[in-house]
Design a binder for this molecule. Structure first.
Ligand code: ADP
Ligand code: ASP
Ligand code: MG
Length: 451
């Protein structure tokens, strides 16, 4: 068994083309401790696959399928032993064609089946490429992630079954880790009845963390298109700085509050099993990345700022709330029955405000649809406000730091701040602003508070 056991995950831009894949292959083969390699679909492919959902009844579906086939076959042409990989690609494409032909009902189950093809394609190519780099000491094997990542049946946002996954890894992975390097897919799993599920968009980070937990890895590496976790999204604030070390708690909050660099659930298995997480760039692997660990030497009050777009604010008012019990239970019962996931909540004597993610792709799929709203309206007045963003300051001891909110909100005098949550967590202070002012707010706060 290697001294350290590592799981390495490569995201979509890291798998973008043959050159990008070669950079990743060098990262993998330079370190014999990396035993499970988890890959995302090549960049843009999951979006292309999801565009098929709206075209099942039009001729355009075959154009999309052809585009995906061409893109992957093109990458294969650069491989030394391309024929075998091309054969695998054509097989995956045939299964996609069979799936979309004569498909009229786009159920969540079919959607997951379609989306899984992106990771099946990229992992087939990356396995072929890694085999070219191997010297004979390791046996690189393609692994179907669905044999390990058992989930429930909630298609498009499936919940993993941790003990089933541990059992699968115990039987199928751990006995082989001495001599085998597995290459597998992020994002996908399978339900107990064997149908393909997905963990939600961006879910490959979470898959990798689940693999790391299941094989008792020491380190989880997330290789992406930025050199590290930054003090805020470098696309929003180009002056953002890379963070050398950050705690599990802070990283978890950062990802939950919108930092796309990590899927929000990634930290859950890492925290459970105390697995150190490294975030680095597959394009510039020599640049120092970020270590995410249980405890850090420095504990700044404000370490980073995150931005979560597309928020809906729902305000539920009723005079019945005043001095009566049971109102909140009734409200949350409705939300729970309709599977609405609530993020922030504030209450006054006669009203409750809460935030939920807006589904920007489809108003029908929005968890806060008309059914929920009309049920809430049977016992309260309901106001819905969209086009909002959540800004969160992330750090340490924010709940107990006096004199913080004055300077923060003093800077935002001209901004309409809709809801503030301060004190519930020691690691964040967050508030809602309009989508149009959100980036400016992050820039102003970063400029003032991140040294
Ligand atoms: P991958 O395809 O490798 O999973 P993602 O696009 O999902 O990569 O995540 C990387 C992106 O996350 C970066 O390009 C960056 O724009 C964004 N991002 C948001 N917040 C942060 C942050 N605090 N630090 C680094 N990147 C961030
Ligand atoms: N390919 C999936 C997506 O684009 C999963 C991932 O990349 O993490 O959402
Ligand atoms: Mg990602």
């Amino acid at each position: 068994m290697p001294d350290l056991l590592k799981v390495a995950k490569f995201g979509g831009t890291s798998m973008a083309d043959l050159d990008a894949m070669k950079r990743c292959a060098r990262i993998v083969t330079s370190d014999p401790d990396k035993k499970v390699i988890v890959v995302s679909a090549t960049s843009g492919t999951t979006n292309l696959l999801s565009s098929l959902f709206d075209h099942v009844e039009t001729d355009q579906k075959m154009e999309i399928v052809d585009k995906i086939r061409k893109k992957h076959l093109e990458i294969c042409t650069g491989l030394v032993h391309s024929t075998e990989v091309e054969k695998a690609i054509l097989q995956v494409m045939d299964s996609l064609v069979a799936l979309v032909q004569n498909q009229h009902m786009m159920t969540p189950r079919i959607q997951d089946e379609i989306l899984s093809h992106g990771e099946l394609l990229s992992s087939a190519i990356f396995t072929g490429l890694l085999k070219e780099y191997d010297t004979g000491e390791v046996d690189t094997r393609w692994l179907d992630a669905r044999k390990i990542i058992t989930t429930d049946r909630s298609h498009t946002k499936a919940q993993p079954d941790i003990s089933a996954i541990a059992g699968n890894a115990e039987d199928q992975l751990i006995p082989h880790l001495e001599s085998v390097r597995f290459v597998t897919q992020g994002f996908i799993g399978s339900s107990p009845d064997g149908t393909t599920t997905t963990l939600g968009r961006g879910g490959s980070d979470y898959s990798a963390a689940l693999f790391a937990e299941a094989i008792h890895a020491d380190v989880l590496e997330i290789w992406t298109d930025v050199t590290a976790v930054y003090t805020t999204d470098p696309r929003v604030v180009p002056a953002a700085r890379p963070i050398t070390e950050i705690s599990f708690d802070e990283a978890a909050e950062l990802s939950v509050f919108g930092a796309k660099v990590l899927h929000p659930a990634t930290m859950v298995p890492a925290v459970r099993k105390n697995i150190k997480v490294y975030v680095g760039s597959s394009m510039k692997p020599q640049k120092p990345g970020t270590w995410i660990m249980k405890d850090t030497r420095s504990k700044p009050v404000i370490r980073a700022i995150s931005l979560r777009r597309n928020q809906t604010l729902v305000t539920v008012k009723s005079p019945d709330m005043l001095h009566r019990h049971g109102f909140l239970a009734k409200l949350f019962d409705v939300l729970s029955r309709h599977q609405v996931s609530v993020d922030l909540v504030t209450t006054s004597e006669v009203s409750v405000s809460l935030t939920v993610d807006t589904d920007i792709q489809s108003t029908e799929r929005d968890s806060l649809n008309e059914d929920v709203l009309s049920e809430l309206r049977t016992f309260s007045q309901v106001d819905v406000e969209k086009d909002l963003s959540l800004v969160a300051l992330i750090g340490n001891n924010l709940h107990a730091t006096s004199g913080l909110s004055g300077p923060v909100f003093g800077l935002l005098e001209d901004v309409n701040v809709r809801l503030i949550c301060h004190g519930a967590s020691s690691h964040n202070l967050c508030f809602l602003v309009s989508q149009t002012s959100a980036e400016k707010v992050v820039q102003v706060l970063h400029n003032r508070f991140i040294k």
